[in-house]
Design a protein around this ligand. Structure first.
Ligand code: NAD
Length: 395
């Protein structure tokens, strides 16, 4: 869990302590703080830095990467941006390059980038000499507010996403929210949708302030981003504190994911990388979950409206993309990776559903319930029918 009080930490940086199971590490964050981050990394006394990034970021931020390394010798490992980087061949190339460059057990792996370089760097650090120090410098909202708050490090196999991986803790995380200034609207808002999910499913006390930030339309403002980041850390950490592997209480983080992930996959099959952004798809998945809860008499109309207000405030059209059919989504949902957590039930899948905002329904100690295909179909049809004439686009 994040420590209750926000401490000033190093000069100019706020900090929280993240505890996940037995692991505990600091998360420092601020605005315009590359120099402070560089000083903090130097304090770890590494003999060399292995900076893992992507080509797009290297082009944008070569000067900041050099500032980050300061006086320390460093090696930059890069690759064209995107999921094609999360492969065994890229990992293998990076491992060989790092070893040939003479890194040692005193070296530190630094991820500088979004969730993709972050996951690859995590795996790399865990494998080199059976584990060397890892520091994350997340540059996307998804990475800063979501992926670095998890110990999960994975790459993709030819069969599916995140199939090859491990759990590995960083030594520290450092976020400079100024780096978000160059994110596209789509990428900026994608992480904020995950943050909104955490407010709806875990920390509804934060909803009023989230609604105020969204209503003010200043999502790129550094002060707003610092609040959003701090709130994300508090909400996500509260459920992973005693759930290192995110297989019990942490499953609530899957709110909106069963259908959201299926919408994302279905759309990307048709539109490729121009398809809906991950966070926007999760936002639609939350609307479907909210409709199912309302149909069961659990969520009130007001609570469903709060879902709509937050989702549309984050720029997500509350309707199924025109390229995606209800049947496509249902076909993908049937293969959902939460299958296996509950006893199999014919024609039903395990699902995170809310009894009330911040209160997931449980089966035993798992925040999952069986939901039938017909319930999912009915809720999907509600958001399919709200399609406008124009094709829906991801945020
Ligand atoms: N470990 C976990 O628990 C966890 C959680 C969430 C997501 N993830 C993983 O994270 C990945 C998605 O993360 P992502 O959305 O950050 O993807 P990403 O790392 O591919 O970044 C998306 C794009 O944004 C660009 N970018 C990054 N920072 C930028 C900046 N400051 N300015 C301009 N452009 C910038 C990148 O070059 C890339 O093109 C997925 O592979 C997912 O599996 C893991």
């Amino acid at each position: 869990m994040a420590s209750n009080s926000l401490s000033p930490g190093r000069a100019g940086l706020r900090s929280r302590t993240i505890s996940i199971g037995e692991q505990s590490f600091p998360y420092y964050f601020g605005a315009d703080c590359i120099t402070e981050i560089s000083g903090a990394i130097a304090d770890l006394s590494p003999d060399k830095l292995v900076i893992v990034t992507d080509d797009h970021l290297l082009e944008l931020y070569a000067a900041e990467i050099e500032r980050l390394a300061g006086e320390l010798p460093f090696l930059t490992l890069t690759h064209p941006a995107g999921e094609s980087m999360k492969t065994l061949s890229c990992l293998s190339d990076h491992l060989e390059t790092a070893l040939r460059a003479g890194i040692t057990r005193r070296s530190v792996v630094v991820s500088f980038g979004g969730g993709v370089p972050g996951n690859l760097a995590g795996l790399l650090a865990s494998l080199l000499f059976r584990g060397i120090r890892l520091v994350h410098v997340p540059t996307t909202t998804i990475a800063a507010m979501d992926s670095v708050l998890s110990l999960k490090q994975a790459i993709n196999s030819g069969v599916g996403k995140n199939h090859i991986g491990t759990f590995y803790a960083p030594t520290a995380i450092y976020t400079d929210v100024r780096l978000f200034a160059t994110l596209s609207e789509r990428e900026l808002r994608s992480g904020l949708c995950e943050m909104a999910k955490n407010c709806l499913a875990i920390a509804p006390a934060m909803l009023d302030q989230l609604r105020a930030v969204v209503a003010a339309g200043e999502l790129a403002n550094p002060q707003a981003l610092l609040w959003l980041l701090d709130a994300s850390i508090a909400a996500k950490s509260s459920v992973t504190r005693h759930d290192t592997f995110e297989r019990r209480a942490g499953l609530v983080l899957e709110y909106g994911h069963t259908v959201g992930h299926a919408i994302e996959i279905s759309d990307h099959r048709v539109r490729g990388t121009a398809g809906i952004a991950h966070g926007a798809a999760i936002a639609l998945g939350m609307l479907v979950a909210a409709h199912i809860s309302r149909a069961r008499g659990w969520l009130s109309d007001d609570e469903v409206s709060v879902h709509y207000e937050v989702v549309t405030g984050l720029g997500v059209e509350p309707c199924l993309p025109a390229s995606v059919g209800v049947a496509d989504v249902l076909a993908v949902v049937a293969d959902d990776n939460k299958n296996g957590y509950l006893e199999p039930s014919p024609d039903a899948v395990p699902f995170v559903l809310l009894r009330a905002l911040g209160r997931p329904e449980h089966t035993g100690d798992l925040p999952l319930v069986h939901v039938s295909t017909s319930e999912i179909r009915e809720a999907l049809e509600v958001i399919a029918q709200s399609r406008t004439a124009a094709p829906a686009v991801g945020v």
